[in-house]
Design a protein around this ligand. Structure first.
Ligand code: GLC
Length: 618
């Protein structure tokens, strides 16, 4: 096999034990180490377990291969970067004390910044990045995210999600860059940001030597997760293989071209075939046809869901998934049972040793190219990079570029935006005006996010107060009443409404009206004062014609993250809008799925729509 990027993971010195010699080619090190491993050590490397169940025994005696933090699973509440690094390093020391001293990979979902870390820089979720169409921006965000992840000693992120979301009723729509495969493909450059750019002679599909400030990326969820019927999470994607390839598989080719080290299998099914046990897609297509040489990981208890009740026939779950091509299993809790059953299945011949060796080779290959044998511990010099000025400015730039202007003035010849920074009195309303949690959405500090001041950041209200002139009065009324307008004249109002935070199935919706009484707040304010509405949401929401007629301007801000100042930078005209819809803004959920390539395409605003204010006459 061609080497995965030539020599070992750097580092000085050599050793008569080949796998310990960083100057040896990666494939030599892989084969040497594999040849020294027992069956129990091999199957333990195929297990990824949750932080909460880790013990020194699991790492030192059993040689478990990987640990993860699920959404919100921190060493302790409000853990600092240093406390994260202490935890990961302590686990690593246990792993290095095992018989062969194989280091662990520690993984987390850093899907819009290092969102498990309190006070990390939180970038716009993928749907907002899709609105920018800016692949270089995505790459830069990957670089910044990798640094903040490495600052906590963590080696791998379960990102990017390269789903092509075809129905916004899906609770993970905001994790998708777009409904359009071409836009998703353009944004996969985040892989090169996270892992570093591949060398010139890189062979597609091969992991390559990563730098000490890079992380292992994980393209997910293979494949067709965004194409399920009615957007049902973990549902069924019904289409021909040609459609599956054209719409959903293509972004993985771009990730393989960039040397993505890992790929995660999807919970969903294709034509009623569960992805986690589909050998044709996982092995024949991904590994053989597309040449993927990293490792394929299951989703959380993904193999359990191959039976009902989940895991009821666990040996079948293990056998079906491993034989289909899954290399590492995100167990995540009952790992003793997993190890016992997997050893049994190999010894009984139900899983051939060649399949185990293939899986472990892939896992070791990633560990060698990630430099874990030479640099197993955290780099404490990175701690100060968390939420550093450069990262905050990058996040603010991303917010600016993600905003999509859908309406600007009741009369197109009289644009409403930009707003006057020196207006006499501004009314700010809506439940999303001063809420960092809502701004960030799901996968932030906890699995499904929250509301209020969940982490450090600048709310849009705070940004407005910072942006306006000192003589301008800003009145904040979350739910304005008649008294709000009594004897007070406002120059204009900014109403910020949208969705609560959610993740996965918690976000599946059959209706997509503006939640939390947002439409009523808009109507009440807009009937009194000229009004711009800002929507904070993971997807388009229904704006009925009479409501749309009442407002003077409408901005889609998606889930912008912690840097709310990016919104006011554009609202008050320091920058123009440049965002374009990454998804169809539909008229009614009864029209869904409504994608641009549909014959009867009848959107409220089409894919690619986005107005400009025309600053400086342009
Ligand atoms: C979740 C998600 C997946 C995530 C994993 C680990 O269920 O499906 O995207 O990476 O579990 O948190």
């Amino acid at each position: 096999m061609a080497t995965a990027g030539g020599g070992g993971g750097g580092g000085s010195g050599s050793s008569d034990v080949l796998f310990k010699d960083p100057n040896q080619p990666v494939e030599i090190r892989v084969q040497d180490l594999l040849s020294r491993m027992t069956l129990p050590e091999k199957v333990a490397q195929m297990a990824q377990i949750e932080r909460a169940v880790v013990s020194p025994t699991a790492l030192t005696e059993l040689s478990i291969g990987s640990v993860l933090s699920s959404g919100g699973s921190a060493p302790q509440p409000c853990a600092s970067a240093l406390q994260w690094a202490d935890m990961v390093d302590a686990m690593q020391r246990c792993a290095l004390s095992s018989r062969l001293g194989i280091p662990i990979i520690y993984s987390t979902d850093a899907v819009h910044g290092h969102n498990n870390l309190l006070h990390a820089t939180i970038f716009p979720h993928n749907v907002g990045l899709g609105a920018t169409r800016d692949g270089e921006l995505a790459r830069r965000i990957g670089v910044a995210t990798a640094l903040e992840v490495r600052a906590t000693g963590i080696h791998c992120t379960f990102a990017p999600c390269v789903a092509v979301c075809r129905d916004p009723r899906w609770g993970r729509c905001y994790e998708s860059f777009s409904e359009d495969t071409k836009i998703v493909r353009a944004m996969t450059t985040i892989v090169s940001g996270l892992q570093g750019s591949p060398p010139k002679d890189h062979l597609p599909g091969y992991p390559f030597i990563l730098g000490s400030k890079n992380v292992i990326a994980c393209a997910k969820h293979f494949v067709g997760d965004g194409g399920t019927h009615r957007g049902i999470n973990e549902g069924n994607t019904n289409c021909s293989f040609q459609e599956l390839e054209k719409i959903h598989i293509m972004p993985y080719r771009d990730c393989l071209d960039q040397g993505v080290c890992t790929i995660m299998a999807s919970y969903s099914s294709w034509n009623d075939r569960a992805l986690h046990s589909d050998r044709y897609l996982l092995t024949d297509i991904l590994k053989e046809k597309l040449g993927f040489k990293g490792f394929l990981i299951s989703d959380w208890e993904g193999i359990d869901r191959l039976t009902w009740p989940p895991g009821s026939n666990y040996r079948y779950c293990i056998s079906a998934s491993v034989n289909a091509g899954i290399d590492m299993i995100m167990v995540p809790h009952r790992y003793e049972k997993f190890l016992e059953d997997l050893v049994y299945l190999v010894e009984s011949g139900e899983i051939p040793m060649s399949r185990i060796d293939d899986a472990v080779e892939r896992i070791l290959r990633v560990k060698f190219v990630a430099g874990l044998f030479e640099q197993p511990f955290s780099d404490r010099s990175l701690t100060s990079i968390v939420r550093c000025k450069e990262h905050l400015e990058l996040a603010r730039e991303a917010v600016r570029k993600s905003l999509v202007l859908l309406k600007n003035g009741k009369d197109p010849n009289k644009p409403f935006l930009p707003l006057d920074k020196n207006a006499r009195r501004i009314l700010v309303s809506g439940q999303h005006a001063d809420d960092i949690g809502y701004q960030c959405g799901g996968w932030t500090i906890t699995w499904y996010g929250g509301s209020g001041r969940t982490t450090a950041g600048t709310s849009i209200l705070h940004a407005i107060k910072e942006a306006v002139g000192e003589k301008t009065e800003v009145t904040y009324e979350q739910h304005p009443s008649e008294d709000t307008f009594a004897n007070k004249e406002f120059s204009f109002a900014i109403v910020i409404v949208g969705e609560v935070a959610y993740a996965e199935i918690l976000g599946d919706r059959s209706q997509l009206n503006i939640p939390l009484g947002g439409a009523e707040v808009i109507s009440r304010v807009a009937s009194k004062v000229p009004t711009v509405v800002i929507v904070i949401s993971g997807r388009p929401l229904v704006f009925k014609p009479d409501l749309m007629d009442k407002i003077d301007a409408l901005v889609a801000a998606w889930l912008p993250g912690t840097e709310g100042s990016g919104v006011t930078d554009v609202l008050f005209g320091d920058y123009d809008f440049q965002g374009l819809l990454p998804v169809t803004w539909f008229k009614s959920v009864s029209h869904l799925p409504m994608n641009a390539d549909h014959p009867s395409y009848d959107p409220h605003f089409p894919l690619g729509f986005g107005l400009k204010m025309g600053l400086n006459g342009n």
